[in-house]
Design a protein around this ligand. Structure first.
Ligand SMILES: NC(=O)c1ccc[n+]([C@@H]2O[C@H](COP(=O)([O-])OP(=O)(O)OC[C@H]3O[C@@H](n4cnc5c(N)ncnc54)[C@H](OP(=O)(O)O)[C@@H]3O)[C@@H](O)[C@H]2O)c1
Length: 236
């Protein structure tokens, strides 16, 4: 796929940022969504001029997402690729997790993905064309102690993806859910949230970027519904 209009959520750092830069190299016009306006501006500066357009939007704010999509569609034309990548993570025993922490994880990871998908779908369905790639996690395929809310949110994403992948076939839209294990990104903050192992042995964002690139090059007549991968120092 070349010269696509591509929306990436969570593009201010980590995997989303790496995806944005690669999509630009592949000729996409990228619309980068995250809350940190300064980090998005830096990304836009690093990319080829004008090829990353920042949208400082909190994906839990459905109204703001709707406005951003309308602006993109009116000013830049049809969006054909959506990568739902934004998420937050917390590693804590469930009984110690605050109710605010539960809300934050479910609202961003699950409801944010639902909003970003639901609000873009009418545009894609009208044109019978589109690709949606949801970045879930191995935490969406099994339970991991200390990650109850995160696992619940990612299982929700997997359920959403399994359902929508089927529902969207008649509309010519291909949806894939990617379920990665550990990736070397700023999610693993050494102070607040250290990786429980050797971070250097986790996957590099570029590996996931390569997978997304592969998926975008596949015919929509084949459905890659759910892909699970993890570094060999983890077991899922
Ligand atoms: N790293 C791993 O080991 C790993 C493993 C499996 C799956 N994943 C998944 O991979 C994806 C990318 O994670 P990452 O490792 O790159 O994490 P990261 O470095 O922490 O980046 C997360 C991104 O999500 C954005 N975000 C968070 N809350 C948001 C909100 N309310 N609205 C809009 N954007 C929001 C953040 O931007 P702002 O803070 O600027 O909003 C940031 O750009 C996530 O879905 C994560 O669950 C990661």
């Amino acid at each position: 796929m070349a010269s696509e209009n591509t929306v990436i959520t969570g593009a201010s750092r980590g995997l989303g940022r790496a995806l944005a830069l690669r999509m630009v190299e592949l000729g996409h016009q990228v619309f980068a969504i995250a809350r940190s306006a300064d980090q998005l501006d830096e990304l836009a500066k690093q990319a080829e001029a004008g090829r990353v357009i920042p949208f400082a939007v909190d994906i839990t704010d459905a109204g703001a997402v709707e406005v951003a999509y309308a602006k993109i569609e009116q000013e830049h034309g049809p969006v054909s690729v959506l990568i739902n990548n934004a998420a937050v993570f917390e590693n804590t025993p469930f009984v110690e997790q605050s109710l605010e922490g539960i809300d934050r994880i479910v609202d961003i990871n699950l409801k944010g993905t639902l909003y970003c998908t639901r609000l873009l779908l009418p545009y894609m369905i009208e044109r019978k064309r589109g690709r949606i790639i949801n970045i879930a996690s191995v935490a969406g395929t099994r339970g991991i102690p200390g990650q109850a809310s995160y696992c619940a949110s990612k299982h929700g994403m997997v359920g959403l993806g399994d359902t929508l992948a089927q529902e969207l076939i008649p509309h010519g839209i291909a949806l894939t859910t990617i379920c990665p294990g550990g990736i070397d990104t700023p999610l693993w903050d050494p102070q607040t949230n250290p990786y429980p192992g050797e971070l250097s042995r986790t996957m590099k964002p570029e590996e996931l970027v390569g997978l997304v690139e592969f998926l975008l090059n596949q015919p929509t007549t084949t459905l890659y519904k759910r892909l699970v991968m993890f570094p060999t120092n983890e077991w899922h």
